[in-house]
Ligand binder design. Structure first.
Ligand SMILES: [Ca+2]
Ligand SMILES: [Ca+2]
Ligand SMILES: [Ca+2]
Ligand SMILES: [Ca+2]
Length: 345
């Protein structure tokens, strides 16, 4: 069903670029503190973010269904870049001088260290019990992981792998599939190049996701679908690949920049400069419906049909959210929009 739906979506996208909904959706405010709240991540109804209300940037969170906001980690050091899966929140933490990876299970217990490399670590992501991050312990960037249930740390791509001595960064994980930005094909003195590679950590098999010319960066993954931003056209667009079929397709074609995508199920969201400033757009890759979510906003994340982002409408950064209508409703809205366009001719 998924493969069929996906092929259908590709046909619709290719044939009907006019499918768009420009009105946006009703949004709701998640934080109101006058300090800055940014870099939100969401899993289910749990939203977490980096928060500047305390002396040192901290991690706060909120259950959308119950509220209110609550502190998660508030050491005097800098905590940032959170990710969440289930009740476990992970983040980058500078309490022991170098930025390390810490976590907390909101179901009980206090902060615990996950990675304490003696050099930089960054960009944690989590799916179930598995945490992944980028790690400079080998004097270049590699990808490491840890099974929180066993406490076992493992190398996902590192110095003993082909091209492991070059940089691998910005991992994302969904189930057993880890994807990352890989500089193995960057030729010294050659044109800028970064690619997306991945690994199934249950089988150990590695695979290329995209090795097109120029930059492919900022991957995210949901199920078998990987999204990233891509500079092959001379401006940033969002691309995607279905790892089960091997089919790659272009999500955005607008000549302005679209970047930093996040995906959940069939919904992709991203930052978009087509209107001059930075807005958040989304697309249901099954129906092909593309829609404006919020203006003057950035860094979206999505779980199910709930999108969250950082928003400067109050003169300081707050976290806002919106619920994306069901794909069937989106399709009807998009078809209605297309009918209106046709009537004007
Ligand atoms: Ca490396
Ligand atoms: Ca490339
Ligand atoms: Ca573009
Ligand atoms: Ca604020």
């Amino acid at each position: 069903m998924k493969a069929n739906g996906f092929l259908f979506a590709v046909v619709v996208v290719a044939a009907s670029p006019a499918l768009s909904i420009a009105s946006g959706f009703p949004v709701f405010q998640i934080t109101s503190n006058p300090a800055g709240q940014m870099d939100a991540a969401i899993w289910g109804d749990l939203v977490v973010w980096e928060d500047y209300r305390d002396a040192g940037p901290a991690i706060y969170g909120k259950h959308l269904s119950t509220g209110p906001e609550f502190p998660i980690s508030t050491s005097a050091a800098h905590e940032g870049d959170p990710a969440v899966s289930g009740s476990v929140v992970v983040w980058r933490d500078s309490r022991s001088s170098w930025p390390n990876i810490y976590g907390k299970n909101l179901a009980g217990g206090s902060d615990f260290p996950i990675a304490t490399s003696s050099l930089y670590t960054e960009k944690p992501d989590i799916s179930g019990d598995t945490v992944v991050w980028a790690d400079q312990r080998n004097a270049n960037w590699d990808i490491y992981g840890k099974d929180l249930s066993s406490g076992q740390e493992f190398q996902i791509w590192g110095p003993t792998d082909p091209w492991g001595y070059k940089d691998q960064r910005y991992p994302a994980i969904s189930g057993n599939l880890v994807v990352w930005v890989d500089y193995r094909n960057q030729i010294s003195g050659g044109p800028p190049n970064a690619d997306i590679y991945g690994k199934d950590i249950s089988t150990g098999s590695e695979f290329a996701v995209c090795t097109a010319a120029s930059y492919q960066k900022a991957p995210d993954i949901s199920g078998n679908i990987v999204v990233w931003h891509d500079y092959r056209n001379g401006n940033y667009d969002i691309y995607a690949k279905d790892l089960s079929s091997g089919e790659e397709f272009q999500v955005t074609t607008n000549e302005a920049s679209q970047y930093n995508p996040a995906i959940s199920g069939s919904i992709v969201v991203w930052g978009d400069e087509r209107n001059g400033g930075l807005d958040i757009y989304g697309k249901d890759i099954f129906s092909g419906a593309e829609f404006l979510i919020a203006s003057n906003a950035g860094r979206p994340d999505i779980s199910g049909n709930t999108v969250v982002w950082q928003d400067n409408r109050n003169g300081n950064l707050d976290i806002y959210g919106a619920y994306i209508p069901e794909p069937a409703t989106l399709s009807l809205l998009a078809i209605g929009g297309l009918a209106l366009i046709r009537r004007k001719k």
